[in-house]
Design a protein around this ligand. Sequence first.
Ligand SMILES: Cc1cc2nc3c(=O)[nH]c(=O)nc-3n(C[C@H](O)[C@H](O)[C@H](O)COP(=O)(O)OP(=O)(O)OC[C@H]3O[C@@H](n4cnc5c(N)ncnc54)[C@H](O)[C@@H]3O)c2cc1C
Length: 419
Amino acid sequence: MSGPQSYEYAIIGGGIHGTCLANYLLAEGGCTHQDLCLVEPREQLLASFETKARQCGMQTLRSTFVHHIGTEPFSLESFAEGANREDELVSTENYPNRPTLELFLDHARDVIGRRDIDECHRQSRATGVTGTGAGDRLEVQTDVGSLDARHVVLAIGLGGSRTLPTWGTSLPDDAPLVHVWDDEFDPTTAAEFSGPTFVVGGGITAGQLACRLSEHTDVTLLSRHDIDIELTEADPYWINWRHIEQEIHTLPPGSKARRDQIRAARNDATIPPYVERRLDEARDCGDLDIQRGEIASAYATDEGLLVRFDDGTTATNAQVVLATGLDPVPEHPLVGSVAESLSLERGAGGFPVLDDRTLAWRGTDGTDSAVYVSGALAELSVGPFARNVVGARRVAERLLESRARAGSKRALSAPRGKS
Ligand SMILES: Cc1cc2nc3c(=O)[nH]c(=O)nc-3n(C[C@H](O)[C@H](O)[C@H](O)COP(=O)(O)OP(=O)(O)OC[C@H]3O[C@@H](n4cnc5c(N)ncnc54)[C@H](O)[C@@H]3O)c2cc1C
């Protein structure tokens, strides 16, 4: 009887990070397609990012044209030139050009196609990772069976469930309350709602969504804080390992001090100037209103929601679209289950405690496991840009370095052949 299929790497999550990492391992890590398995429940790699981007009406990336899933920094620019699409590299004041969403995705599809990364895609959801009892190998359980791997990388994305306010929990399922990241959310349908629409949130997602919906219907952007304007998600020097090492790795691994430092560095819940301009234009045309406040309660009526705000005012026949983010990624069920089954250490906020040099998740006994982490979940070692596109490249660099170190150690310890 044959056992589960064996791989060198099982990457859990075929989003931006998992796919970028697979590309690096194939291009520069000496891996073949038989060595890699990308466990991803969606039919297409990158579908999670693409769906979210379309659902919120994103037109351009916030990051620059050198941030993409390829291994060559200028490959997106060359791709644009080759396809006569340089006009999709949008110029930005005090910042390098940013690609349109379509250009970014087409380049990513080109990278996937050229490297046949789809060959590594196993369409399934990982439900657990356990030891096999056979040396250093791990077993990944999925909803379509198990597989076996020497290394497992968790690249499961931004978070688990959508963050919902308490006032929304008792509304009936068919009430016009939706979250922008609901799988079934469709901005075209939301734009057809006949009553007033309230977009709740104060960050870039809420800003883009409010602009998108205001093209067709009356929209109020409701934020509990003043709209803050920042071009980038953190100062660009946080992209460099040297800065991360100085500012983060000098603090105790997994500590609250690290988490606080990263929180302070991230420009969360901010809007870049070019989205602010879109908001201003929509407001000037009378299609959009921006209000500071919160919803205190909401009731379902036949024509929509009766919404009561914290200043005592009300709105009737309304729909509410939440752009309030996702629960923190350490709450993703797989994180707890992997930590428990392999006795792995968790630090502040439940984040994995990683070896900063290898990004291996540390065991509670202080040794490095063969589970590695990428994306938002790696924040305590990779810093404020961990979740971003460039964070995937930073993780790939560390994994390739530790792979090269392990390779040279093996070569040194192997018996010498006769000369
Ligand atoms: C709308 C939007 C715009 C953004 N714009 C930018 C930008 O311009 N620049 C930038 O640098 N960053 C941007 N980001 C941030 C970040 O780059 C993206 O969120 C990116 O998608 C993160 O990559 P990821 O692989 O961590 O997550 P994802 O791309 O979401 O991929 C995670 C994958 O893990 C899979 N998964 C989850 N659980 C399991 C499981 N149990 N088993 C198997 N698979 C699982 C999911 O199905 C998903 O496909 C943006 C984010 C959003 C939401």
